[in-house]
Design a protein around this ligand. Structure first.
Ligand code: GAL
Length: 396
């Protein structure tokens, strides 16, 4: 099975942008309550690359497939750098699509899951009261999540078209230049993200950036994972271990209080493997604020593969597929898909059911620009931002 470079440079219709926020209270409820598998032909070959060819903001979009020789394929579009699917072998060797995605660039654009599979920037997660100070100046931002800024503002990196190059079958390079003051952030930011599929079945994401003025940066990826396969139902039976003794508790708008608190004795404790669903409905204020898990874990710095911090291990209870996360980042946002309401049809035909997928976003802590005690997200003019995360898959 060969999955060579697939780049379709044919211009299609420019399409309107549905810049909805997933968290919007106005979000339409769908009558669909489907929680069963609708999987028919969810394979890398079943994704129609032609449906990813479009012109958005005067730039061409396409679908790229990255592969190795171990049966792993990742499909990514340069629209928002979005992951459309990740296929890895399950315990029986069956190719399983462990990441939610859409079947066309149009569907990604129109989806009310604004961040589905996407690269997130300039600032992943929230900035409190939609502003920050830098070098004595206040920078107001868009309040797109209640009073706060979420994932870079109204039109973050998830909604821009990245320049793309595929130097080989397993690598995709994405480049984007964010102009000075785009979404209110100072400095022209030159960003490069390299996605690669490694020989040991990991998806490596290598982020780098430079700026011409002092600024703040916090890049991440918002893949939605279901390790039993897209459309296989809820993720509540997955087991999770997060190598973090502490987390950053939040207020009711999901802005950290500034404290680092122990997870011990709370339903947020995943220092030992536990099912996502075991305590998710416990009577706990933090779980109420998040409507489930939606919290930043302060990683212990446990040494893992690639010389990086071992952040977490997730395992699909049906597939036997595990995903280990290794990162240079100090934090991990574990989000249990609490805002999904079956309003979107995924590429397999299944709906984006409530808690049908989780996100595990490696990051600096939320609201760091307003929390001087947190590790800094400042990038000075002329400095190089560089951070690497691996999502490594195995099965047994
Ligand atoms: C997560 C965030 C959630 C939600 C989600 C997108 O990163 O923590 O609160 O906004 O993105 O729906």
């Amino acid at each position: 099975m060969s999955h060579s470079l697939k780049f379709f440079a044919v211009a299609a219709l420019a399409l309107g942008i549905a810049a909805c926020n997933d968290n919007s209270a106005e979000k339409k409820e769908s009558a669909a309550t489907d929680s069963t598998a609708v999987k028919t032909d969810d394979t890398p070959e079943s994704l129609d690359s032609a449906k990813f060819v479009a012109m958005i903001d005067g730039k061409k979009t396409a679908l790229y497939q990255l592969t190795n020789h171990k049966g792993m394929t990742v499909a990514i579009t340069n629209y928002g750098g979005r992951i459309a699917g990740i296929w890895v072998p399950d315990k029986e060797g069956k190719q399983t699509d462990v990441a939610w995605g859409m079947s066309s660039v149009d569907a990604f654009e129109k989806s009310d899951m604004a961040y589905l599979g996407a690269l997130i920037g300039r600032y992943g997660n929230r900035i409190g009261h939609a502003q920050f100070q830098l070098d004595g100046k206040t920078y107001p931002l868009a309040a797109n999540d209640g009073p706060n800024t979420l994932h870079g503002g109204k039109k973050g990196f998830q909604a821009v078209v990245w320049d793309a190059a595929q130097p080989n079958d397993s690598t995709l390079e994405l480049m984007y230049t964010s102009p000075d003051m785009e979404e209110g952030f100072p400095g022209t930011l030159n960003v490069k993200v390299v996605y690669s599929v490694t020989a040991d079945n990991a998806l490596k994401i290598d982020y780098s950036a430079t700026t011409d003025k002092n600024t703040i940066v916090n890049l991440t990826n918002h893949a939605y994972f279901n390790l039993n396969g897209e459309g296989s139902g809820e993720i509540l039976g997955h087991t999770v271990q997060i190598y973090a003794d502490k987390y950053t508790p939040v207020d009711s708008t999901l802005i950290p209080t500034g404290k680092l608190e122990p997870v011990a004795g709370t339903p947020l404790d995943f220092t030992k493997p536990a099912a996502i669903g075991a305590r998710i409905n416990d009577d706990n204020e933090q779980l109420k604020f998040g409507k489930g898990y939606d919290h930043n874990y302060v990683l212990n710095g446990t040494k893992g593969l690639y010389g990086l911090t071992h952040a977490a291990t997730f395992t699909g209870d049906k597939s036997g597929i595990s995903m280990d996360i290794y990162t240079q980042e100090p934090g991990l946002q574990f989000y249990s898909g609490n805002f999904n309401k079956s309003t979107n049809t995924l590429k397999s035909g299944a709906k984006d059911i409530h808690r049908g997928a989780f996100a595990a976003e490696t990051q600096h802590f939320p609201d760091s620009p307003n929390k001087p005690a947190f590790p800094s997200t400042e990038l000075k003019a002329g400095q190089q931002y560089h951070t690497v995360t691996y999502y490594k898959f195995s099965s047994k």
